[in-house]
Design a protein around this ligand. Sequence first.
Ligand SMILES: [Ca+2]
Length: 465
Amino acid sequence: MRNLVRTLILLPALGLFLQRAAADDSPNVLFIAVDDLRDWVGHLGGHPQATTPNIDRLAASGVSFTRAYCSAPLCNPSRISLLTGIAPSRSGVYGNGEKLRDKLPNAVTLMQHFRASGYSARGAGKLFHGSRAYDEDSWDGYFRPANSKKLRRIKRDSSLLKSAWVPWGPLACSDDEMFDGKNANWIIAELKKPQGNPFFLAYGLTKPHLTWEVPQKYFDLHPIDGIELPVVKKGDLDDVPPFGQKLAREVYDPSGEKNFATRGGDHQNVIDNGQWRKAVQAYLATISFADAQIGRVLDALDKSEHADNTVIVLWGDHGWHLGEKEHWRKHALWDVSTRTPLIISVPDGVTKGQLCHRPVSLIDLYPTLVDLCGLPERDGLDGQSLKPLLRNPGQEWDRPVVMTYGSGNHAVQTQRWRYIRYADGGKELYDHARDPNEWKNLASLSQYKSTIEELKMHLPERNKR
Ligand SMILES: [Ca+2]
């Protein structure tokens, strides 16, 4: 009897040992999350003046997906779906208000699965949404820097009305005083430490999320005089159904948070206050700041003993409008709101410096990393491993991407088409082969009826409330 009791006590420990042993020759993972980064990245060409030498260097060492889409165009639902592998329509996580463990108490996060497979999962910065939402079960260690003194804005235009929406401008401080700079320093220190187990090390940047306040030198990289504005079409919202117009003119959060867009809409506010060019400059500067921090982390990995045995993933949580469709911020189902950089660099990958133009989803990252690191497969994930595309970026890939914003509002992206259907029945259809800017909504034209019928089949059958 005593032996049986001892065996029962030892069995889980033995199981843990076997799992841990299995991961000994597995590659490490450096997991870099960038907040609110759209395609304004040098090698993606989303803006001609984007300066991101470090992200571009990473792309040159792996595969960069030019058409990677979030599951939801807002921090919380995008991140929870990526980190659990469960789509918003199944989890009911639609906005910034829902909590991971309220909605998905039994979900095994990506980090939990790595931990259960013998990895040490550690992180710093913004991985889940919210400063406290780091999810205890997901990490062996998590760095949270002490609050710093308020960083000083160099100047604010005194002629601006108080009501002007201008959360951007240069700071008088060093990179090391910034939240992302401190977290980068911690990640760099972790990379220098001896490691007992393979690691899953996550660096979550809070930039280029607003506010676009970074040290002056990053503004100097982008002189205001030559700044180019995004190409937009006047009256672009005229053929968009009412719910789409609402998304453009209000800040709609499905969790029920109030509309905090500036009065009259953000776009009108930016125009009225002469801020468009300054905003574009500030977003470009903030991206360059984020890129510099990423560069420091990549340098540290390059110099470490882990350089040849680490998978690197870089992803943004969704896109960002700067006036396209008279819209600012994210939280809409168009291409600009939902498309984001995604780079995967595999140490022994045969494919380096290639672009993959197949539509893929951030929800595919969970099964992709499980696949790349040889972890036990998991049931119930909504994504699919991208490993075949990492081997051959041009191979056929007919799996559409589904994006969701609030219960019953979805977009479907295929190689050619984007179909949007709102819960109230409003529809949009764009032909990306002819109209990558999504300027002409084709949904009401009879010749596209069968195209819409096909695209509709990919919408979720059920939408969790
Ligand atoms: Ca975000």
